[in-house]
Design a protein around this ligand. Structure first.
Ligand code: CTP
Length: 411
């Protein structure tokens, strides 16, 4: 969660029935170590109280009455100046219209204007708008024009989602869920990170090799470490392509997803995406063998126990590191070594034979590391002989550490 740590997030809440979701958002952001300052518009106060936000953020929430208090003349400037991002969620059609036209008639719209003013010292404070309204209001040309105008000025628009609306109708207008909103906030905050303008390709999940139309040979990889790496690279500002097998995970917001199933499909995707990449991290558990011939029809019990002949799959990392195909190699190529014995010896061999810049070795025989669990314990082995043992960490922390090493190698 490093990209949110100590970030100052100014959260504007406007008058929508979805205002209750903003409390959950504020709570989640606070738990991720962000400093959340909330401004409620007068209409928002009809749906939710400042006390709700104060209770979850541990910080004072601002309302219209603060505009007319002792610090009135500087409050709106101060709030905007200190913020790393201004998020307005939920943002009504009315507030969108005001923002588009530079109207400043309440503490939130005044602050938005002060934070984004071209001559202001805080012109860089990004604006993220999460619309919430009835479908008809969202589709209305006035709202669409206002949003287009805001986008043109550099605002990020997140959502709205389709589904049930407070009016009882279904359509596009629902505030996106807090978890997805956090993904958008991370994406915006990360844009100026160490890997800005760099392309990072990450592979994730376990490949599936068909035996027949319904059965596959696969492994226990959940994809968690690979998805965490994609998120960490996004947090660092990279353009990220995630090449993934089917998993139960939701790809991070902002990632470019390439879906694959077999080792062969993953190989083609990795080689294609690596051609213009700065870094490749192979976190996927690739099958080493596949059935030589997948049965055209479902294998039946009555036909007896099948004799399955296997053949070796291609080594994707070796090919991507430029060994077989003679292609352009990403500047940093990294892999994982999942081992159940002789961890460092086996990982060292892979580092060398696959010509990697570094490899993350993990002992899958331990209960708290490797496949399916939330944590991992890895030792990083570098091409220059350096070794670094990381303590037991969450997969997100391991990912942050690996991405930091990738950034250092690219610098
Ligand atoms: N890998 C790959 N292509 C393969 C097999 C593995 O690119 N056909 C990559 C994995 O994504 C991982 C690294 O190589 O980053 C090591 O994978 P691992 O399964 O630990 O090792 P193998 O190369 O399969 O060697 P072994 O079977 O001896 O363990």
């Amino acid at each position: 969660m490093s990209v949110l740590k100590d970030k100052r997030i100014l959260l504007g809440v406007t008058g929508s029935i979805a205002a209750f979701k903003a409390a959950d958002l504020a709570s989640k952001l606070t738990q991720m170590d962000a400093q959340v300052d909330v401004i409620l518009t007068p209409a928002a106060e009809k749906f939710i109280t400042p006390l709700t936000f104060q209770s979850v953020t541990g910080r004072r929430a601002f309302t219209e009455s603060d505009l007319w208090g002792g610090e009135a003349h500087v409050l709106h400037v101060g709030l905007g100046r200190s913020a790393d991002i201004l998020v307005i969620a939920p943002c009504t059609a009315n507030t969108i219209a005001k923002l588009a036209h530079g109207e400043a008639d309440n503490l939130l719209t005044i602050t938005a204007l002060a934070a984004r003013g071209e001559r202001s010292r805080t012109a860089q404070c990004p604006l993220l708008i999460a619309p919430a309204m009835d479908g008809g209001m969202f589709d209305h040309p006035a709202t669409q024009e206002n949003l287009a105008r805001l986008k043109e000025r550099g605002a990020y628009i997140a959502g709205p989602a389709e589904g049930h609306l407070a009016s009882g109708l279904a359509g596009k207008g629902r505030l996106i869920e807090p978890a997805e909103l956090i993904g958008h906030i991370r994406f915006v905050l990360g844009r100026k990170g160490r890997l800005a303008a760099k392309k990072v390709v990450v592979s994730a999940g376990g490949t599936q090799e068909p035996l027949d139309p319904v059965r596959v040979l696969t492994n226990k990889s959940s994809g968690k470490q690979g998805y965490a790496l994609a998120q960490a690279a996004l947090d660092a500002g990279a353009n990220v392509t995630l090449i993934t097998t089917p998993t139960s995970l939701t790809p991070p917001v902002g990632v470019c997803v390439v879906n694959v199933q077999t080792a062969k499909e993953m190989m083609n995707a990795v080689l294609k995406e690596s051609a213009d990449a700065d870094a490749l991290i192979m976190a996927a558990a690739v099958a080493d063998f596949r059935p030589k011939q997948a049965a055209g029809n479902k294998m039946k019990k009555r036909d007896g126990i099948p004799q399955i002949e296997l053949e070796e799959t291609e080594d994707i990392l070796e090919a991507a590191a430029g060994q077989k195909s003679g292609m352009k190699r990403p500047r940093v190529v990294a892999g994982f070594a999942a081992e159940s014995r002789d961890l460092l010896e086996n990982a060292g061999e892979k580092l060398e034979s696959k010509k990697l810049d570094f490899i993350a070795a993990n002992d899958i025989s331990s209960k708290d590391a490797g496949f399916s669990v939330e944590t991992n314990r890895v030792t990083l082995l570098f091409a220059n002989g350096k070794q670094e043992s990381l303590p037991l960490m969450s997969k997100a922390e391991v990912a942050d550490a690996i991405i930091e090493r990738v950034a250092a190698l690219l610098e």
